[in-house]
Write a protein that binds this ligand. Sequence first.
Ligand SMILES: Cc1cc2nc3c(=O)[nH]c(=O)nc-3n(C[C@H](O)[C@H](O)[C@H](O)COP(=O)(O)O)c2cc1C
Length: 387
Amino acid sequence: MPVITTIDDLKQMHRRRAPKMFFDYCESGSWTEQTFRENTSDFDKLRLRQRIAVDMSDRTLRSTMIGQDVTMPVALAPVGMTGMQCADGEIKAARAARDFGVPYTLSTMSICSIEDVARATKAPFWFQLYVMRDAEFVDNIIRRAKHAGCDALVLTLDLQLLGQRHKDLRNGLSAPPKLTPRTVLNLATKWRWGLEMLQTKNRSFGNIVGHARSASDMSSLSSWTAEQFEPKLDWDMVARLKEKWGGRLILKGILDPEDAVRAADLGCDAIVVSNHGGRQLDGALSAIRMLPAIVAAVGDRVEVLMDSGIRSGQDILKARALGAHGVMIGRAYIYGLGAMGQAGVTKALQILYKEMDLTMALCGKRDVADVDRDILLIPKDFSGDWQ
Ligand SMILES: Cc1cc2nc3c(=O)[nH]c(=O)nc-3n(C[C@H](O)[C@H](O)[C@H](O)COP(=O)(O)O)c2cc1C
């Protein structure tokens, strides 16, 4: 067993263990992948201030997210087809999050259903909604999420149309995988993945199949999305969904200060500054670059979370220093899941925790609540003069 000390170690193991089609699905951005790359490289441009002779004992990363106590201000982001990275992936990730004391978000496009996850974890989680054209399906899934005790609705607003990801098209991404000669050859080398998959009933989109019209053949995610996702989704519809849900609401996929102000006006509980991990509008600026302008625009009217590009505890502190109250992680935990199932997600959370704790101390802070702009050195052109 190799020694695992970084998120990148988990990624390499994930690459070896999961079928190529699903690893590529995770490790891709849209079109040229410029935004995907910059989400991580922009974090590297920010530097930390080393401080000395500060009492670094009794440190804490404990915080809250939308009023919930958390071990550290990190939530697991919604990730479609998590249950294809390893069998029952959503259940394993949700259990790891529950045991660690951070929120888990289940995607509409999950393999395990809301009910499967609720039954297996016996703990509340957040549910992420994609708005579909089928209004009855949307009403129903909101009802199902309430019934399962989900304590927040994460409404994703940056995917009315699916960003084109070349790798998925070339690989013929589907769940379960279509057995072409190429996939069969690749699956033959992934025996651990295959054995576990044979032992679960969850191999297609659990929230959708049997619940939505025309969902009998979801084999091509891209064509299904094109047919089913609601392109008319606008702020009026968001307001109506807020009423319908009636609970805590997080709006995800905000990358522009004007949209952030609209979201705050609507009275949501939090926004997630995000470009969907570089999977939607290629050419958009990285989320970490857009964060300061959004924080300045909304002030403390709404809790600001961010995601896209977080691969280390240092990145989380940098986001916090630029005004994010907390973050979501996507690939960082999916690598862990693909590498080692539930234990891998726990490992990812432990790595991030340790990196955050040590870095915070070496920056001269003892409480994550005190981490602010003071810990950063920012190059003059970072926020830039984009017109
Ligand atoms: C494989 C994959 C699938 C995703 N599926 C969803 C989804 O179903 N719903 C959603 O709101 N966001 C989805 N996202 C976006 C994540 O919630 C999150 O915004 C993104 O992963 C953050 O970037 P990071 O992976 O660099 O941390 C997905 C991301 C990945 C990598």
